[in-house]
Design a protein around this ligand. Sequence first.
Ligand code: PMP
Length: 314
Amino acid sequence: MGAPPDRRIWIDGELVPWEQATVHVLSHGLQRGSLIFDYLSLHETPRGPAAYRLDEHVERFQASARLVGLPLAQDAAAIRAAVLEAARANPGASSVKISAYLASVEVDVVPLDDHVTLAVAAYDPVADMIRPKGHEPRPFAPLAVWVEKERRNRRPDILPPQAKCAANYASPMAAKWEARRQGYDEVLLVDAEGNLAEGPTTNVFLVDGNGGLRTPPEETVLHGVTRRSILEIAAHDGIAAAVEPIAPKEIFEAAEAFLTGTTAGVWAIASVDGKPFATPAPGPVSRALGKRFREISEGRDPAFAHWLTPVNAD
Ligand code: PMP
């Protein structure tokens, strides 16, 4: 599949054709894994296309830059404006990836040319991404997950899990590859203490027998905007939710479990380490929250309209 014909990527203020949005193989972002990014969704809403929780995504992007030490030239308002401009330039896009990287090809870990490029791509993750033949996108069928058995370097004194930095995805990649080799769809990572942390690109929730939610604490996971949304929806709807350490064995005692993320929304887990939940997934709570989350992100609940930023000025 070639490049999408009309997609343009916002790079340092210019709209660059998709196939020209390249960096050198020896660039710092690639060789040192120093690129930081954030990823948010666009939705068709009754008020037209809108960005989901734009402020929160931009704040998290700035936090990633701070954690990695990348000197971003743009402030929050400029980044938000770039997202909306990229969205307007790419009609039909449903995802936005904001990236910041050192394009310099110097060897030093701190290059003399410290210009940080800001790039914003708005696209359709299914139609526009290159996918090997025979690997059609799967519907969000309940997942067979495997709990990581080895503790990797998810420690706050290295690069904390709160940084959306390219390098931070190497150890989840190794863990997910291991899960794939064993025939599972997805891996659940453990933290430095061996407690449940998150998926490689999702957060995790357990549902207890009374319909209450549990999710691991902020210190050990990426601050997922969907995770935060689910916790805020739970508070609004009177659903009990505990944010606390969870031992891996506790997932086997849960009534349901699900993953959350920008792409996945609420994604039910069917089985853990080959053991299915007693109630076939998606269970009633995962199903109801998934529907509630979709309604809100599509602008169909006025109580949460402030979570959506229209792409076109009113
Ligand atoms: N954890 C990690 C490590 C992630 O990369 C993501 C995806 N951004 C998430 C959780 C889910 O975050 P969000 O709900 O903001 O997409």
